[in-house]
Design a protein around this ligand. Sequence first.
Ligand code: EPZ
Length: 439
Amino acid sequence: MGKVLTIHGGVPLEGTVRVGGAKNLVPKAMVAALLGDTPSVLRNVPEIKDVTVVRNLLEIHGVKVDQDPETGDLTMDPSQAKSASNQAIDAHAGDSRIPILFCGPLIHSLGEAFIPDLGGCRIGDRPIDFHLEVLREFGAVVDKAVDGIRISAPLGLKGAKVHLKYPSVGTTEQVLLSAVRAKGVTEVSNAAIEPEILDLISLLQKMGAIISVHRDRIIRIQGVDKLSGYDHTALPDRNEAASWASAALVTKGDIFVQDAQQRDLTAFLHVYRQIGGEFEVKSNGIRFYHPGGDLNPLILETDVHPGFMTDWQQPLVVALTQASGVSVIHETVYENRFGFTDALVRMGATVQVHTDCLGSTPCRFGQRNFKHSAVVVGPAQLSGAEIDVPDLRGGFSHLIAALAADGTSRVTGIELINRGYEHFMEKLTALGANVELSE
Ligand code: EPZ
């Protein structure tokens, strides 16, 4: 049994938290350092488990990683890069999906890569078929091994014209990390264009890559032989910012999220205002608060950027359990991202999940028995419960539900939250939460 977080509910969260570098950019930026002939410096690095996993994977591949004790900045020197054993990769990968993004850089440096069977949060089966398809289009040979997948390219990777079936963030990153040093030009269409993708493109450009982003989700890359290291400051974590914003609504609080950027949260802020939350954009962050009165129900559909991000949905659903009326949420990015609502129902929420596409656009999961739409009826009085965290964002949602609930909750599995929320215990207590952590 891991640590148990005891939460005494009914306390509005008030105060200031700071969001660090984006969890969904920083690990990829670290992998990109492998592509350079000289050291890279990455700044605004959050202290989260996903960063530790990638640091360990880089080090077993011979990359020298130093961290400034004051700033946390990482300096990564790939000049001694070498192959690592399958066992070492598997041992250090944990349940992360990031090893799949090592393929391109390792093939460029060493001619081959090994991918252990991958993990990641349980919000769908998290396949990597798109990744393997694009690697094959770059000329890589993909061999299934008993403990994972070996990928090699004896003749090196060559540029390709690639169309993504779905604007997958990871697959777009796979293309970028493979194409920048491939022979010739690459064009990828139906690509993801999330802010984290554009930030990755910025640091690749600093390394000497030639990349252009065009309308209709087309990205063109002209391969170059050599890249140098980058010096880059990661963009702030907009998903964490949105999580604290939802926490302010749910607990009827007032939270200033330092370093949150309006530019990356536009779709979220629009929905936040619709539901009845208030926010003030300042030069160094955004203040989110519950202005009093009722919250409004709404019809919400998640989508790829610039739509409402799937990672924002779970904390906001908790706020919708407090809205006066019926809300409908259609999750179109992942097939199974409402599992966390079981615990909300046990706490007193009224949530029903459906296999139908309850939104304006039918999605890939319609009529396939995936419960990817939810109907929420509020307001519901939540009561404390025993909770085991199912995944990163669902876990944060359970925390804020427990903080708003009457009575006491005991939460286990909180290690999952450490994957993406830096120092979240310190932040909770700094905001006045009445919590105790016990072994
Ligand atoms: C990234 O995951 C993020 N994770 C996710 O954040 C985020 O929800 C997601 O992008 C969408 O924005 C990181 O960046 C570490 P995808 P990724 O490839 O790249 C399917 C969080 O909470 N798919 O865009 O894995 C996939 O199953 C996490 O911070 C395939 O079918 O997402 C999903 O349905 C959760 N085959 C859809 O595409 C593939 O080969 C979107 O996945 C790859 C993906």
